[in-house]
Structures are given as C-alpha cells and as structure tokens.
Design a protein around this ligand. Structure first.
Ligand SMILES: [Zn+2]
Length: 500
C-alpha cells in the first residue's frame, strides 16, 4: 500500500469540506474522504481523471482539479472498492479473528476503534449477518456489506477485512451473498441435524445406519465401518474410538447435515468461479452438544466429500444465551474444548482449522479458556451486543426513548424469543425505570436478553427506528466510544492468544 498516505495534510484540497480526518486518503494522485456534513463522499482528482467519472455526484473545478461530492450510495461504495482494493472483503485464513455483526449499520467505526485500541493481532470481519437477521431488520446482504464498508472508510481502516454471510441454509441464500461480494460463508445445516439420535436406543440406531436415506451411492455401511471402526483416532494424546453404537449415533445425527453442507459447498464453489473465499461450518444452534467423536465424524466426512473449511462451530457444552455471559462450569467447558481444539489441529487435510465461538457476545468468562486451548486458532462471533451498546448510548442521551424501546421490547419478547436460546422472563423486569437505573438495567440478565432478541421488532417499528437511528447518526462519537470500550473487553483476551 505504498501509494497511500493517510494524513490530513495530504488533503489540503478537501479541508474546506470538513472531511472526517481518519477517512482522508490519497491514492495515486486522487484524494478521497468522507465529509462529515451530510455524509457525502468527496473525491479530488486531476482534471480528466477517469476516477471521477466512476463516482456519481456533482463535480466542479477546484484549484485546477476536479472535485466531486457524491452520496453515500451503493454505486459510490463500488467505485471506492475499485479505487481502494483494501475496501473489498477478503479471506482471512487461520489468523485469530473476530466477527462484528451490526444490525443497525452504524457500528463499524466503533469496532475499528476497539481493534486499534486492542493493539492489532485480531483480523476483523466487519460485515456479518445471518439471513434470519437480515429478514428481521429488512436489510439486504448488499446493504449490510455496504454499511460496514462505509464505516471502515470513515475510520481509514486499510488492514483488510472479511464479510461473513452467516447461517446460510439454502442455495438461494448463498447466491444472494455471492452477488453482494461476501468472502466468508457460514453454512448452517441445523435443520438436517437429528437431535433425536442422542436419545435413540442401540438397535434403532443400528437399523437407521443400515438404511440411511441421505447417503451418497458411492458409500455403504461397510465403507463407513471401515473408516471408523478399524482403529482409534489419535489426537495429540487424546484417543477417540468408535464402536458400532457411537458411529451409528454420529451418522444418524449428523450424516444428512454433512451431505447438505457438501451440497452448499459445491454450489458456492461454482458460483464463486476463480474468486477467493472461505467457509465455516456451524452446528451451534442445535439442542445437544457435539461430542468429540461426532466432531471427528463431521470433519472426516466433510473432508471425504471434498469440502474445505477454515473454521467450525460445534455445539459446545453449557449454554450460550444471547448477550449474556456463559452459563455453565467454565472448567467443564475448558476440558471439552481442549479435545475439540486437538481435533481441529489434526483431522483436517489442509492443516488446522479454527474453532468458532457463536453467540460469542459477552462470554467473558470463557474467552481465556477458548484462546488457551485453541492456541489462537479461534474465531469469535458477536452481533447483538453492538445493538445493546446502541441502546446504552440511547439510555445516556434520551432516557425517554430508551424506556419506550424497553417497554415495547417487553411486549414483544414472548413472540420474538422463539428462534433464540434465551431464558429471560419479563415478569422479573419492570417497565417503570428511573433515569438513574437505566445503566444498571443494561447489565441485568433479563433486560439484556429481552432487549437483545427484540431488535427486529424495534427496528421495524418506524417511530422507534427513526428516532433510534437519528440519535445514533447525530451522536456518532458517543456510540463509537461506547462500542470501543465494550469491545476492548471482548478483544483483549484474543490479542494475547494470537496464533503465529
Ligand atoms: Zn451462530
């Protein structure tokens, strides 16, 4: 990136426009920045430069050069990506990484500041949203990616970032995110996971193994037995042995899921052509924990079917509820993940893969164990906590609006909680909250979960949506500062455990 210099002094020509200082950049004789007033992109280029015509907006002559002022639009963020290739999402590989889901689209500047404050060492995914959350917030894959990209531009982030099309379930989901330019694809075959296998008896499972309807014609029960029953899997001193029963249980529980992932993978691969991408496989949103033998089964079968993945999210032991700390015994979690991490370092054909921690917001008590056992081969996924930080900003600046949102959320909770792992109860909260109690409310278990899972309803309620976004747009510094502080707590444990 020798062509760039990220100093305001390089932007004398743009100074009169009140450009955000960290956004100011100079690339091959063209200056660009984000004007604070009215959120416009400003481009200053030599006369006749083809760069100007790639942007939409109004151009005028300015000191012998051409000045263009344009809207924060999809066309202009595309033009920015051509001008500055580091604004294009890219694969991050096995570096320690963190995903910052953002349901509103204004959080990226705070995420960038937290990364910088943490001192580097964590590779970011700024755009990350599941199809479910896109539906709930009425945003398209393209909008999610573009909002995050404007945020990275505003802060002058040039270190690269990924974009995670999260919890993809169908080929149509994949297509929408490929078209938008995502780089990281998380496959969620949860609907094909048979949780009933955990409770099924031995004879029922053996029968099920004999006539697995999902299976590919190239494979047979005899072949499956050969892969798993001939010897033990040696994983850094941990030995995993299958018998007929545990193999049948793994195959019945995850066989169809693995087949579905392979199907999505082949679809993605042909849709991406020669573009680089990376894949995560997640089964975190299922009822029963993924045993170590089942993790070995999943990885072995994915490999056999030609899938290449950079990270995997088993369903770990304990409870990962939304927006609150881990519920369970941290020592038990560490013993469990020690073996998952050994599997992730040994079973893959392409070297180790990362373990991914979904619903990773606010799981402060398990981060150290997670980083220690994965040795930094770790991906942290957060999303809802950035929305909760937006509400913290609201609580400080407009207590009445916060109370309105909270009471609306309490009314929506029973319906909205259905697809989430949460256990809050509205009758343990009260709608009558004084200004002084608001900050404490954002630390309270029930209130956090209630506010967390109702974001979609709140953002679809026009009067709340407009006031909330209006306030955040007006007080960008306040929101960024709240996010920076909160995410520094998330990132610090990961910086120390950075994979080399
Ligand atoms: Zn997840």
């Amino acid at each position: 990136m020798g062509l760039t210099e990220n100093t305001p002094t390089a932007l004398l020509g743009l100074n009169g426009l009140d450009v955000l200082p960290r956004s100011a950049v100079s690339v091959a004789g063209v200056q660009a920045g984000l004007a604070r007033s009215g959120a416009r992109v400003a481009i200053l280029a030599p006369p006749g430069s083809p760069v100007v015509s790639s942007f939409e907006g109004e151009s005028s002559a300015s000191g012998g050069r051409t000045l263009l002022l344009g809207p924060v639009s999809a066309a202009n963020v595309d033009a920015l990506r051509d001008l500055m290739p580091w604004m294009r999402p890219r694969p991050l590989g096995t570096r320690t990484s963190a995903g910052f889901g953002d349901r509103i689209g204004l959080a990226t500047p705070g995420h960038v500041r937290a990364l910088r404050a943490a001192g580097g060492g964590v590779a970011p995914i700024f755009a990350q949203q599941s199809i479910r959350e896109m539906e709930r917030t009425g945003r398209s894959p393209q909008q999610v990616l573009d909002d995050a990209t404007w945020g990275a531009f505003a802060e002058g982030w040039q270190e690269g970032f990924g974009a995670d099309a999260d919890h993809l379930k169908t080929a149509e989901d994949v297509d929408a995110c490929v078209a938008a330019g995502y780089s990281f694809f998380t496959f969620d075959p949860g609907e094909y996971v048979d949780d009933g296998a955990e409770a099924a008896g031995a004879s029922a499972l053996r029968t099920a193994l004999e006539d697995l309807p999902w299976h590919d014609p190239e494979d047979s029960p005899a072949d499956i037995r050969g892969r798993y029953l001939d010897g033990a899997f040696e994983l850094e001193g941990h030995e995993i042995r299958f018998d007929d029963f545990s193999l049948a249980r793994a195959a019945v529980k995850y066989g169809a899921a693995v087949t579905h992932v392979a199907r999505l993978y082949r679809h993605l691969k042909s849709a991406m052509g020669d573009r680089d991408f990376e894949v995560e496989v997640s089964v975190d949103e299922t009822e029963s924990p993924t045993t170590h033998a089942q993790h070995v089964y999943i990885a072995t079968e994915l490999r056999r079917l030609g899938v290449r993945w950079v990270s995997l999210a088993p369903r770990y032991v304990g409870r990962f509820e939304k927006g609150v700390d881990y519920i369970g015994d941290v020592a038990v979690f560490e013993d469990d993940i020690e073996v998952h991490a050994a599997i992730a370092r040994t079973v893959s054909p392409d070297g180790p893969y990362k373990l991914s921690l979904h619903s990773g917001s606010d799981k402060f008590s398990v981060y150290p164990a997670f980083v220690r056992q994965t040795r930094g081969l770790a991906h942290l996924k957060t999303a809802g906590t950035s929305y909760l930080e937006a509400l913290r900003t609201v609580a400080a600046l407009d207590p009445d609006l916060f109370r309105e949102i909270f009471n609306f959320a309490r009314g929506r909770y029973e319906e909205d909680r259905a697809s989430y792992h949460v256990s809050a109860q509205t009758d343990r909260t009260s709608g009558a909250v004084g200004d002084a109690q608001l900050p404490a409310l954002l630390e309270a278990f029930d209130a956090r979960e209630i506010l967390h899972v109702t974001f979609g309803s709140v953002l679809k309620e026009a009067r709340l949506h407009d006031r909330l976004l209006g306030l955040l747009r007006k007080h960008t510094e306040h929101y960024a500062a709240d996010l920076e502080k909160h995410f520094l707590r998330h990132l610090e444990p990961f910086v120390d455990g950075e994979a080399s």
